[in-house]
Each structure stands twice: as structure tokens, then as C-alpha cells.
Write a protein that binds this ligand. Structure first.
Ligand code: ATP
Length: 305
């Protein structure tokens, strides 16, 4: 287990309604100190609503939440001082430069302990120029500024709403490193995502939310153990599909002359497929991760079997 047993976030039947629309219903979540917890679900599933309720931007319609053992509504000021938050849409005062904004925040938060130094260090890591005006920042640049703001006071808990949106792959890697460093310091990260590969890459545990309901909480190790890949192989010439079909772990194979499409799962099966493919002339190869839906079905299908 990557985490300790101290609970950082606990929700009890957390429910929020926008008028007649129930955005989240009876969400019971536990997030432990020192873990990276991924909150995964499709658009509109209720991720942002849950996060906004935790931070008291909106109130529970029913149920409750505690962060650090403090009540999310009654103790919201104390909670926010100990948490860093990256909203999905960041509103910045754009007639300022980044560093002016950071100094202002330092003032407001009353955080003097190396706040600017930490912001500058993070800006260096993320390749962000704090000296430039915040006017007309691209989505990716705004995300970077948002991350610096969320992290600069070295919060015990980091809540990130779709953190890698708008970041190029290289910057996503940097962000992942920063998250791992944060975890190594014993701090906790709760992030929402609709991107399964990202969650697989950095999270310890994942909660899956759909239509406002928390459907499952699993360790990423358990989820990926049953995960599989969709593999497409293009060959120079036609190949005998039955040789591939006979390999353990290969399923749902479709053959179209020189192209094979198959599902490859289970330990060592990819290796066997690649070694067999190498006996022919390979023109192209494409590997896709399963969708959230497919992982979910594979996981629970297998459990019931
Ligand atoms: P996304 O990734 O698209 O932000 P999400 O999982 O964060 O999705 P929420 O934004 O929490 O989902 O939305 C949950 C549901 O609540 C959706 O049906 C959405 O349309 C609805 N909703 C969200 N905000 C409001 C609002 N301010 N007023 C009314 N309905 C809302």
C-alpha cells in the first residue's frame, strides 16, 4: 500500500442537486493520506460537482463530507488553508503578471514561508514565465499558472480538476513527476480525469463515477491486471489469422487479408503475439488502451465468473 491509514477525505452519502437534476447521489469516498486518488468518469458524471462540494463552493443537498476530519461546510476556511485546488476553468485577473498574482495571493493567504520561491521553482519545472502578463494565455498556459497557484503554499492535500487538459505530452510528464514528488513528501492528491491511461500511469487507487454514482473503487494495480489492449497489425502480405487466434490471451480476432485486429490480454500474451508477428513483414502497428467501459466490463465480468 502506498498510503497510510490516516483518512484525508471522507464523504457520507454526499448528494448534490441542481434544481431537479441530481448531479451526484450517495457518494461514499475515502481518500487516505499519501495516496494519489483518481476520480474517473465520463463528461457530466459528477466529478466537478463532487470537488466543488468538498471545497464548499456548493453545498451538499444531503449527506456530508470531512477533510482532515473537519466538516466541509462548517470548517471550510480551515480546510482551504490546508488544500490546494486547481479548478477546471481558471479565472485570472489578466492585467497582472504571474508574479504579481502570486505575491497578491501570498498576501491574501498570509503565507510567507517561501511561497514565492516555491512558485518560482514550480514555474521553472513547468517552463512558465511568471514575468509575463496573464492576458491572452492559452488553455495550457492557464493550466500551468493554475497548478503553480494550487501548489505554491505546499498544501497537505491537492485537489486537481482535470489537471492535464490542454497540456502537451511532455508537460503532462512533468506534471506527473511533480505529483509523484508531492506524494513522496507524504502529501495527498485527489484528481479527476476522464483519461484512463493517465489514471493508470499515476494513481494508486481509482474511484469510478457514472451518472452521479460512485460505481467502484479499486486499486489501479487490480484494474490494470485485467486490462487488455486492442492491437492492429498491418503486414506486407496476407498472414494466417488462425496462428494468432491459437495464442493464449488473443480474442476477438478480425482478419482482413494483410490486416489483423485483435484483443490481447493476460500475462505474456503480447510478447507471444509480437514474436509471432515478427515472423512476417510488419508494415504498421497500432495499440489502443481499452475504454473505461471495456475495463469496467472486463473487471466485473471476471469477478462474477
Ligand atoms: P465534466 O468532465 O464535463 O466537467 P463532470 O463529471 O465534472 O463532467 P459535473 O460538471 O459535475 O460533471 O456535472 C454533473 C451533472 O450536473 C451534469 O449533468 C451537468 O450538466 C450538471 N451540472 C453541472 N453544473 C451545473 C449547474 N451549475 N447547474 C445545473 N446543472 C449542472
Amino acid at each position: 500500500m502506498a498510503h497510510g491509514q490516516n483518512v484525508v477525505i471522507q464523504t457520507h452519502n454526499l448528494t448534490h442537486r441542481y434544481g431537479k437534476l441530481t448531479a451526484i447521489q450517495d457518494v461514499n469516498l475515502t481518500v487516505y493520506e499519501g495516496e494519489i486518488f483518481g476520480f474517473l468518469g465520463p463528461n457530466g458524471a459528477g466529478k466537478t460537482t463532487t470537488i466543488r462540494t468538498l471545497l464548499d463552493f456548493i453545498r451538499p443537498s444531503e449527506g456530508s463530507a470531512t477533510l482532515f476530519g473537519l466538516d466541509s461546510v462548517r470548517d471550510s476556511v480551515a480546510i482551504r488553508a490546508r488544500a490546494g485546488y486547481l479548478p477546471s476553468e481558471l479565472a485570472l485577473l489578466d492585467n497582472w503578471t504571474g508574479i504579481q498574482y502570486i505575491r497578491w495571493l501570498e498576501d491574501v493567504r498570509g503565507a510567507t514561508n517561501g511561497y514565492v520561491t516555491e512558485a518560482e521553482r514550480l514555474a521553472g519545472r513547468l517552463d512558465f514565465d511568471l514575468g509575463r502578463s496573464l492576458k491572452g494565455l492559452s488553455t495550457g498556459m492557464k493550466r500551468k499558472m493554475g497548478l503553480i497557484v494550487a501548489l505554491a503554499h505546499k498544501p497537505e492535500l491537492l485537489i486537481l480538476d482535470e489537471p492535464s487538459t490542454g497540456l502537451d505530452p511532455l508537460m503532462q510528464q512533468v506534471l506527473h513527476e511533480v505529483m509523484r514528488e508531492t506524494r513522496a513528501e507524504g502529501r495527498t492528491i485527489f484528481l479527476s480525469s476522464h483519461n484512463l491511461p493517465e489514471v493508470e500511469a499515476i494513481c494508486d487507487r481509482v474511484g469510478i463515477i457514472r451518472d452521479g454514482r460512485l460505481e467502484a473503487v479499486e486499486t489501479v494495480a487490480d484494474l490494470t491486471r485485467v486490462s487488455f489492449r486492442w492491437l492492429t497489425l498491418d503486414f506486407e502480405d496476407e498472414v494466417p489469422a488462425e496462428r494468432f487466434r491459437a495464442l493464449p490471451g488473443v480474442a476477438e480476432i478480425e482478419s482482413d487479408g494483410a490486416r489483423l485486429h485483435m484483443r490481447v490480454g493476460g500475462e505474456a500474451s503480447m510478447d507471444a503475439v509480437i514474436k509471432l508477428a515478427a515472423q512476417y513483414t510488419v508494415a504498421d502497428i497500432n495499440v489502443e488502451h481499452p475504454t473505461l467501459e471495456e475495463i469496467f466490463l472486463a473487471y466485473y465480468g471476471k469477478k462474477e465468473a
